[in-house]
Design a protein around this ligand. Structure first.
Ligand SMILES: [Zn+2]
Ligand SMILES: [Zn+2]
Length: 345
């Protein structure tokens, strides 16, 4: 089959790749329809890794996918040939302590699609996924919407991690890329009281207000000024969704004492830092957000029920042959891009 193969830093070449085969009776063979370009894949593309995890070439990236079921193993019941499915890219073992404890996102024996050393990504004509990773979508859902269920599910999990305080909370989201906007949509669907969103890019600020329904949106320094002047009150929860040290520092400034910082962004380096005296005096809690923890079904449902409309996030469309162009655009934050979609078939 054809695949878009990462062969070096900022180099993706279309080439031949071995056909995936159904090996177990719970496997599902999918024709990949659409792959969304995700920030984590952009780190692999532009920097050759994330932290200590380095890409070994050749490697296939891409994990936000929708697919059409081509063939199923003998014991598969949830999907059938012809179904369009959203996909949870985390293949979990189901038996380790983390899986048993209901934490599949930190499964000790996981194979996450596109994660170097675990599994190839999905920028190829076909992939095989276990049944438990495949979620059939409503008949009127498009392959692009089905692919968007992956980042949306991260936002849903991030919102869920805040717990019951979320509804009455004042929430700031720092970074209005696809994950920040997904947190915004999920928190709004959960009925959050007040949400402010910052970004450095004007298009993303506009998207947070117009598409995401943020109560306040603007540049990072504008939010600082608004809080300093008292026109905006400090926040109970801050989601850091840009992987930026300046945003982490700002988050601590913006929080009320006893507030919580939730970190969903992926920084370029291995270390971040905090002013411990500020953390201590405010008694700040810090919670990391690791991917989606079984929230893909909820994303599928929220889109089917029209409780969430995320189409505004899809700003760019590329054919499979132009995969490299899509990654270039996203890595350079070009042309107001939020989510670029690659149509594989
Ligand atoms: Zn992603
Ligand atoms: Zn496990």
């Amino acid at each position: 089959m054809n695949a878009a193969i990462l062969t070096g830093i900022r180099r993706i070449e279309l080439g031949e790749w071995p056909d995936p085969q159904i090996e177990s009776d719970t496997d599902v063979l999918l024709a990949v329809r659409v792959v969304g370009v995700c920030g984590s894949d952009v780190h692999y593309y532009a920097e050759g890794g994330i932290g200590a995890t380095r890409v070994e070439y050749p490697h296939i990236i891409g994990h936000e996918i929708s697919g059409e079921v081509l063939e199923v193993g003998t014991s598969v019941t949830r999907v059938k040939p012809g179904d369009l499915v959203a996909v949870d890219p985390c293949i979990t073992c189901g038996t380790c302590g983390q899986c048993v404890a209901g934490r599949p996102q930190t499964c000790l024996d996981q194979r996450f699609r596109s994660f170097p050393g675990q599994a190839d990504g999905c920028l190829s004509e076909r992939v095989v996924m276990p049944e438990h990773c495949c979620y059939p979508v409503a008949a009127d859902m498009t392959p692009e919407q089905a692919s968007l269920c992956e980042p949306l599910s991260v936002g849903i999990y991030a919102a869920r991690l805040a717990g019951p305080v979320l509804q009455d909370a004042r929430v700031a989201i720092l970074g209005a890329g696809p994950i920040g906007l997904s947190v915004l949509l999920a928190a709004r669907a959960a009925g959050t009281h007040f949400m402010a969103v910052t970004d450095k890019l004007p298009q993303r600020i506009r998207a947070a207000a117009a598409g995401g329904g943020a109560d306040w949106s603007g540049l990072p320094q504008e939010l600082d000024a608004a809080v300093d002047s008292g026109s905006v009150e400090p926040f109970d929860l801050v989601y850091e969704c840009c992987g930026d040290q300046a945003a982490l520092d700002q988050a601590i400034d913006l929080l009320v004492p006893g507030g919580e910082l939730l970190i969903a962004g992926i920084p370029e380096g291995n270390r971040i830092s905090f002013d411990i005296n500020q953390l201590r005096r405010k008694e700040i809690r810090i919670q990391n957000v690791r991917r989606q923890n079984d929230c893909v079904q909820e994303a599928v449902q929220l889109l089917a029920d029209r409780a969430i409309d995320a189409d505004f996030m899809i700003t760019h469309h590329y054919p499979f042959e132009k995969t490299q162009e899509a990654f270039e655009l996203v890595s350079e934050y070009g042309d107001g891009v939020i989510k670029a979609m690659i149509e594989v078939s």
